[in-house]
Design a binder for this molecule. Structure first.
Ligand code: PGA
Length: 253
């Protein structure tokens, strides 16, 4: 059985106090709603990780993650954060290759492959993001692009190692726009990603990997999206900043 995951990507939001309040509210609600079968992850800014990880430490199905990392474990890289530092804060996940990092920070397939390796080396789980911008979708070349993103940053991994990766499909035109992919569009892309994994590795390996959907996922559409056979949860931006919405999404399986 694949893991069901709802991960909140807080992006560059919340002061320390606001972040702690949000995490506490989410944990309380998740307890009240008795959500146990879904893994809930708070992907916070780096500076929140230590404190929020302390809050989640007692809950087996609630964890934390970072939103980025450097591929080296240490060194003269002013302003960067390594996976060993992230791990030492108590986090278990790292988002790698979010479209905002690809777009605004020019992250390349090659750099992302190195980041994936660094995350895995530290025994953390990468949440590897892929997704196409609007013009690619309109040109109907999105399948090719997603295939390339997956191939170039993940296919150097062996079968055993790729099984440890979580993939998030996030169409860029749906991120923060209020425009969600239809359930058919999401399922089509998730099935394509799984087929690509099965082709490179094998069926069992592809079946074991959780593939999350991201892009304007909210309580009003999460149930339908998560009901699709290849959608194993969500990577949630805007709606993860409100405890009620985020936990309603986690409760919609
Ligand atoms: P959104 O962001 O839910 O606000 O669209 C998703 C993401 O960027 O991970």
């Amino acid at each position: 059985m694949r893991k069901k995951i709802v991960a909140g990507n807080w992006k560059m939001h919340k002061t320390i106090k606001e972040g702690i309040d949000l995490a506490e509210d989410c944990i309380k609600l998740a307890e009240k709603e008795k959500i146990k079968e879904v893994e809930i992850i708070f992907c916070t800014p780096f500076i929140h990780l230590r404190k929020v990880s302390k809050l989640t430490a007692d809950f087996q199905n609630i964890n934390t993650g970072a939103q980025n990392c450097h591929w080296e474990m240490q060194g003269a890289y002013t302003g960067e954060t390594s996976c060993s530092m992230i791990e030492s804060c108590g986090a278990s996940y790292v988002i790698v290759g979010h479209s905002e990092r690809r777009q605004y920070f020019n992250e390349t397939h090659e750099q992302l492959a190195k980041k994936v390796d660094a995350v895995l080396k530290q025994n953390l789980t990468p949440i590897f993001c892929c997704g196409e911008p609007l013009e690619i979708r309109e040109a109907n070349t999105h399948i090719e692009l997603i295939g390339k993103q997956i191939r170039e940053s993940l296919f150097h991994l062996d079968k055993e190692t790729i099984s440890k990766v979580v993939i998030a499909y996030e169409p860029v035109w749906a991120i923060g726009t209020g425009k969600t992919a239809s359930t058919e569009q999401a399922q089509e892309m998730h099935a394509f990603i799984r087929k690509t994994l099965a082709h490179q590795y094998d069926f069992e390996t592809a079946e074991s990997i959780s593939i999350l959907y991201g892009g304007s996922c909210k309580p009003s559409n999460s149930k339908e999206l998560f009901s699709q056979p290849d959608v194993d949860g969500g990577l949630i931006g805007g709606a993860a900043l409100m405890a009620e919405d985020f936990i309603a999404i986690a409760g919609s399986f």
